[in-house]
Design a protein around this ligand. Structure first.
Ligand code: NAP
Length: 261
């Protein structure tokens, strides 16, 4: 299937590591032009160089998206370089363990800075370009928004808000033909996931085994490529009548009957 993404400019936040890296690579393989907005300088420079060597005019824009003004800069620099923006993938985030007891109100606010406000900021500033291109938006949320996790109020609040905003923006942007969808990963091995395993559990390997044993489809984690290909499809004109949807890509982990596992 040709996803008809050739030459389309797509901003991917956190687009050089973990799930974001998968999304950038999937888009590039479809001929889209990925713009990586990330604070991970070395990984981003390396991936952009690799894509440029392969003839894809990818761009890296550095900086922390939770800093004021950063989202505006990302959109400005992208537009200056390419003259158009077709897609936004809001992906950058961190499960920062700000719970009810640990963190307090200031920690909670800071968690929303890291996980939520830049989702709004990027779409706000990119909107004039998305209107022109009749583009698409994908928000990467999390199973945590549906299931909870414990001890992560800030992250959970942000992930839930991303789902609400997916519906809200899908409604608001109907007149412009801009589609908005969310993808919800559950268990994907990435640098973020590895850190969570190592910091939250005494025996990370045993915990990983315990989790994967409960994933209904093939008793394995979802790959970042499986998340990325869904994102590329949802961005593409081939999913032209899909909007406001929450797509859970997790091997049935969240929704299938517990008695199966
Ligand atoms: P990851 O491995 O940590 O990769 C995220 C990338 O984004 C990193 O390069 C990170 O840079 C960058 N980043 C994070 N916050 C940023 C900010 N404020 N400004 C600029 N760059 C920033 O994470 P991941 O596991 O791929 O997660 C990606 C998304 O999927 C997140 O929204 C997460 O909530 C969601 N998700 C993941 C899983 C999973 O199983 N992995 C499950 C559910 C949801 P640093 O390296 O400097 O932090």
């Amino acid at each position: 299937m040709d996803l008809q993404l050739k030459g389309k400019v797509v901003i991917v936040t956190g687009g050089s590591e973990g799930i974001g890296e998968g999304i950038t690579r999937s888009l590039a393989s479809e001929g889209a032009i990925p713009v990586i907005a990330s604070r991970a300088v070395a990984a981003s420079e390396q991936l952009v160089a690799e894509l440029q060597d392969a003839g894809i005019p990818a761009l890296f824009i550095g900086g922390d998206l939770s800093e004021p003004g950063r989202c505006h800069t990302v959109v400005e620099q992208t537009a200056r370089r390419f003259g158009s923006i077709y897609g936004v993938v809001n992906n950058a985030g961190i499960n920062d363990a700000i719970g009810l007891e640990k963190g307090g109100p200031d920690g909670f606010r800071s968690s929303l800075d890291k996980n939520l406000y830049h989702y709004y900021g990027l779409v706000h500033f990119a909107l004039p370009y998305l209107k022109e291109s009749r583009g698409a938006i994908v928000n990467i949320s999390s199973k945590v928004a549906l299931t909870g996790q414990g001890n992560t109020s800030g992250y959970a609040a942000a992930k839930g808000a991303q789902l609400a905003l997916t519906r809200e923006w899908a409604a608001e942007l109907l007149p412009y033909g801009i589609r908005v969808n969310a993808v919800l990963p559950a268990e994907v091995m990435t640098p973020l996931y590895e850190t969570w395993l190592k910091t939250a559990f005494k025996d990370p390997e045993a915990k990983k085994k315990e989790i994967t044993a409960r994933i209904p489809l093939e008793k394995r984690m979802t790959t970042k490529e499986e998340i990325a290909d869904m994102v590329a499809f949802l961005l593409s004109p081939r999913s032209g009548h899909t909007t406001g949807q929450w797509v859970v890509v997790d091997g049935g982990y969240v929704h299938l009957d517990r008695s199966i596992t």
